[in-house]
Write a protein that binds this ligand. Structure first.
Ligand code: TXA
Ligand code: MG
Length: 290
């Protein structure tokens, strides 16, 4: 089922049902080694599926429902089947904030795995139309929740042995996490635990050029801050607001791509707060390892 969340649209299936989970991998063309996030209605359900220590419980209390995913040792391996976890002994869980996904999770009862609804390697869909265009033909049901408020995927942290590790920057910022659990460890040395972090990801068809002061001939331009309007200019946030830019990012990459430009140039985005997650996605769209 196409499922709206506050971050991006997901393609959801019963986490305990290997055939349903296999259909998700198939629909996305997703490599089987890349595990899925189990979405649940509340933190108590999450803590039955995953072994939460005090830090995980504190993060859940601070940020759920909301755009944070917690990776912890799996406790109930049947609730989120092996295929969904890519055979790992850890599981990623998240309590989403969007009322429609919350209603589905409450009615269903069990965990729902939902990767972003794009085909593998493409930008995550942040509107119903984009989600439907990506994988709508592969699913039996589709819920229209309008445009996603956050527009970037959830922050992913691993709460295992040692300090909490940031596996994927997202809407919950580094500073917000550190206020709850202290300094984070980097995940760079840890590709195995973050198997989805492939370099070329979130990529539109046109080549993406980041940190661009101005577009070159033939390029579409994703501006940030004051910039004159023009053909193939998409301003992520005229007022320079990072939350607005995050919400617009994937939809504007897609819109720019639809103009069939020679390339897509993107203005520099400050690396503070939400900017860390925006720049992470842009580096990947441009084909650099983040
Ligand atoms: O905002 C979101 O998180 C969206 C919405 C739909 O909830 N979902 C999403 O799912 O972005 P997906 O599958 O596109 O990204 C899940 C990320 C991948 O990078 C994957 O490798 C990582 O979470 N992940 C899942 N299980 C993991 C685990 N056990 N250990 C480490 N990373 C894991
Ligand atoms: Mg994804």
């Amino acid at each position: 089922m196409l499922l709206p969340t506050e971050t991006v649209y997901g393609l959801g299936a019963d986490a305990a049902n290997p055939a349903a989970v296999a259909a998700i991998f198939e629909a996305k063309g997703r490599p089987r080694f890349n595990p899925l996030i189990a979405h649940v209605h509340d933190a108590a359900t999450a803590a039955r599926i995953a072994a939460f220590d005090d830090r995980a419980l504190a993060l859940a209390a601070a940020f759920w429902p909301g755009p944070l995913t917690i990776v912890a040792p799996v406790r109930d391996a049947a609730a989120v089947c092996d295929l969904a976890r890519a055979g790992l002994d850890t599981v990623a869980v998240r309590v989403p904030g969007h009322p429609l996904s919350r209603a589905v999770l409450a009615a269903f009862g069990g965990p729902v795995v939902a990767p972003s609804a794009n085909r593998s390697g493409r930008p995550s869909p942040t509107t119903f139309e984009d989600a439907f265009a990506e994988t709508g033909d592969k699913t039996a049901a589709a819920l229209d929740g309008g445009p996603c408020q956050v527009g970037l995927e959830s922050t992913v942290v691993a709460v295992l042995d040692g300090p909490v590790r940031l596996l994927r920057p997202g809407a919950v910022t580094r500073a917000q996490l550190e206020a709850v659990v202290g300094p984070l460890a980097e995940a760079d040395d840890d590709a195995k635990r973050s198997p989805g972090r492939l370099a070329l990801h979130y990529a539109p068809d046109a080549p993406v050029r980041i940190e661009a002061a101005a577009p070159r001939a033939g390029e579409a331009f994703l501006a940030f801050g004051s910039w004159p309007d023009g053909e193939a200019v998409f301003n992520l946030s005229p007022s320079g607001d990072l939350a607005e830019a995050a919400a617009n990012l994937f939809a504007f990459l897609r819109a720019a791509d639809r103009t069939k430009p020679a390339g897509i140039a993107v203005a520099p985005i400050p690396d503070q707060g939400l900017g860390e997650a925006i720049n992470d996605r842009l580096r990947r769209a441009a084909g650099f390892v983040g």
